[in-house]
Design a protein. Structure first.
Length: 373
């Protein structure tokens, strides 16, 4: 009788996060986040408004609002205008002197930009220093220290947008453009600065910024960041995707021409070798720009179709992207997707001067420290 070898069963919990007991501190942090999210999204509210909108008790709201006022996040803004029966409601809102974040942008070639950014994504001060492949992290720490000394306000934390694959702890697994591999960026800076530090892929944090502070559709958005390299950030159902390999959005290293130019990652003919700002600046006619746009559309089509994305953002130098290239991307997507999809997908430009990596790095701090998206 032939024996059938039993195959090992795959665990049904593979890849899931362990579920632990919810501690009182976790619930309190969640309730604080609910209050702050309401005020960030909708402006000043009364305590009664907050209780109704968050489904928290008035006692809990009163306690947490008092705590947030004491910590400098909130301020009482007087009574609601208009005539009401009974005692007028006192409104609370975000304080103009609330804690701020230090944001650092490593995405550019040859320089590092840092800024002090408030909780609304407003850049208060900024500074730029030279930073090239192989430079020491001490350069980054030095800029962060100067930014910290430039503001009297409390620093909530430090956010960093960096090229490459970045894990949840802020370690840069690999960043070919910086020559980094397994660099524990967040941990090293946190030890140096004595502050919480959070690092993420530059394109991912830019996508978060376009959602939090811009016009991005966080239910389904792909942001393609085009600079010295090319990266992508994907938001689906309000969450940034990373995947088990933490490489979601590394669209610049999709090979579109195996016989093409050498890429910094080691392959030949990556999309980045056609679409990066240095490569685009060499194009001198619309036919070449249309050719690149068509290649980009071919790469974008399966992503847009598979994930059901309705908002495609090209974030980069508008003088290189608008016109023939943008038109060919739109035409290519329309030809290669279902008519239902083509009619609903928008492809738009966001200029580099919006500084999405800086504001996205601040948004990363806001989320990790306060739970506010």
């Amino acid at each position: 009788m032939t024996q059938i070898k039993e195959q090992p069963r795959r665990s049904t919990t593979a890849g899931r996060r362990p579920v632990g007991k919810v501690l009182p501190g976790d619930a309190r942090r969640h309730h604080r986040a609910l209050i702050l999210q309401q005020l960030v999204d909708h402006g000043a509210r009364s305590r009664a408004d907050l209780a109704r909108e968050t489904s928290l008790t008035r006692v809990t709201i009163s306690d947490l609002v008092a705590e947030l006022i004491e910590e400098g996040f909130l301020i009482e803004q007087g009574t609601r205008p208009g005539t009401h029966m009974g005692k007028p409601a006192t409104l609370v809102g975000m304080s103009e002197d609330a804690p701020v974040a230090i944001a650092l942008d490593l995405s550019a070639d040859g320089h590092l930009t840092g800024a002090v950014v408030d909780l609304d994504g407003k850049i208060l001060t900024r500074e730029q220093v030279e930073f090239s492949r192989g430079d020491d992290i001490a350069v980054i720490a030095g800029l962060a220290v100067r930014l910290r000394e430039s503001t009297p306000r409390r620093i909530l934390g430090v956010g960093i947008g960096t090229p490459g694959i970045v894990d949840g702890d802020g370690t840069v697994i690999i960043a070919p453009n910086l020559g980094w591999e397994n660099v524990d960026l967040a941990a090293q800076l946190s030890a140096s600065l004595g502050l919480p530090v959070h690092a993420g892929n530059d394109s991912n944090v830019a996508a978060v910024a376009e959602s939090a502070f811009g016009a991005g559709d966080d239910q389904g958005m792909l942001l393609l960041m085009i600079g010295s390299g090319v990266g992508g950030g994907v938001l689906i159902d309000g969450r940034a995707l990373s995947g088990p390999l933490m490489s979601s959005g590394e669209i610049g290293h999709v090979v579109v021409d195996p016989g093409g130019r050498q890429c910094s990652c080691g392959n030949r003919g990556c999309l980045e070798t056609f679409l990066s700002a240095p490569a685009l600046s060499l194009l001198d006619n619309d036919d070449d720009r249309r050719h690149v746009g068509t290649k980009l559309a071919t790469v974008l089509t399966p992503v847009v179709t598979t994930l059901g994305i309705a908002d495609v953002v090209l974030y980069g130098p508008t003088e290189l992207l608008e016109g023939a290239l943008l038109e060919s991307v739109r035409a290519g997507l329309a030809q290669q997707t279902l008519p239902f999809v083509a009619q609903r997908v928008q492809v738009r430009l966001v200029p580099m001067h919006d500084e999405l990596v800086l504001t996205g790095a601040a948004a990363l701090v806001r989320y990790r420290e306060l739970g506010v998206v």
